[in-house]
Design a protein around this ligand. Sequence first.
Ligand code: F6P
Length: 550
Amino acid sequence: MNADGRSRLDQLPEWNALAAHRQELGDTHLRELFAQDPGRAERFTVSVGDLHLDYSKHLVTDETLRLLRELATATGVAQLRDAMFRGEKINTTEDRSVLHVALRAPHSAVIESDGKDVVAEIHAVLTKMGTFVDRIHSGEWRGHTGERIKNIVNIGIGGSDLGPAMAFEALRAYTHRELEFRFVSNVDGADLHEALRGLDPAETLFIVASKTFTTIETITNATSARRWLLSGLGAGQEAVAKHFVALSTNAEKVAEFGINTDNMFEFWDWVGGRYSFDSAIGLSLMVAIGQDRFREMLAGFHLVDEHFRCAPPEENAPMLLGLLGIWYGQFFDAQSHAVLPYSHYLSKFPAYLQQLDMESNGKSVDREGRPVSWQTGPVVWGTPGTNGQHAYYQLLHQGTKTIPADLIGFANPVADLSPKLAAQHDLLMANLFAQGQALAFGKTSEEVAAEGVAPELVPHKTFRGNRPTTTILAAELSPSVLGQLIALYEHKVFVQGAVWNIDSFDQWGVELGKVLAKRVEPALTEGAEVPGLDPSTAGLVATYRSLRGR
Ligand code: F6P
């Protein structure tokens, strides 16, 4: 017990019970677990909306799951969840509500922050977005010289880029193909340079996405884009109104930049950047897929929100996934978590989840500011199958590390594939199922030897197996299913942060680098003296300047 009356996580009896249970489980193999209990495949599956999750290939028994649920009860996960849905300020270090769940609540819902209902204003912004999108599609919204808008360039970074860019890729099959979409995030001028290649300024609309509207990368790129536009059109500042819109919480900064606040789509400080893409930050996606599809996606999010809020712990998918991650991180020393989508459209999904998970749970002090002595968020990584199989899966199968993985696949290919290409889908999915099987059950040395393999090669061709995976299946990657998938991971991250007693909604860890970059920049450009610069960095700066011929 600490001075404030809270028990440390690692002193809870529920935590110790899990540690003891881990000892008992020892090296028990999934082969044994399935042999003793063939019913586990059926029992350890859960359906949420259109998502079907099989978690039977995890190193758990009914007892493990019971103990994990007890840990969730002891750490007050459900209470924190309910506080979030009530709009309480659970982001304590920033003194903010955490209400991304309100962004997809139906019009009839009432959710309050600071005693004020937020649902009505969310729907007002959605309506404004929809009107804007319809005007782009119909050609009513035209550029400064009267041309139709054909190119949309989203400028933003972090949550103001990863969500829209990932979702555009995921739902490409649903997009208005006659419009061109590009996403610019990096302050490396090459990003904007390549994005603008071949575009006619007269037909180009910039969506500047920034919650704070102070992020240096975004403001720098937006300023360069404005220069490109005005010089391309040979026009003055008055042209900005038809070619720039802003997505932000900061009307003052938007106006300062020169964007008319009538062309600003608002959101609020109780939406975290990495939880924001179903707010106005999703405008580029709404232009791409239209407002009806966008609303289908929001309904998908909401469906999983309701599941998370209401389903009992033993059927609660985000709760289960969160607890399983804690099990491996703490008791199997798993340092990372692989997300392996068997859909090329989800190629940016792992990168999106990296921010969601690692910016939320990459913390090492608890809510009270005390250092934690337990593992927190994992390194999240992955790329689409089957590409990864020919690259890093070797380590997943035969390396020394425990890396839990999510295999995500869809029964149907997207509708607009030709029949010949659609026929490749079974091969894609056969690979997903094969990987889950191989990772779990492996191949014993006896099985290898029985194939007549030379004895000295047997160890090299043996697969230990016992490598945990969750398989997530849905009928197809629709807007609603994408919303469901994202909400599933959002709430998984929530559960883990709640158990670890960390603030999953701040991101102070990104600040120091920003401050230091500002301090070092004059040393690069002007050779200015930076007081207190360490000898290593000073040497690197000198080398940089000499390589740049300065
Ligand atoms: O620096 C980190 C961060 O604040 C992220 O949390 C956020 O998604 C990103 O920068 C972009 O911030 P903004 O939307 O305010 O430009």
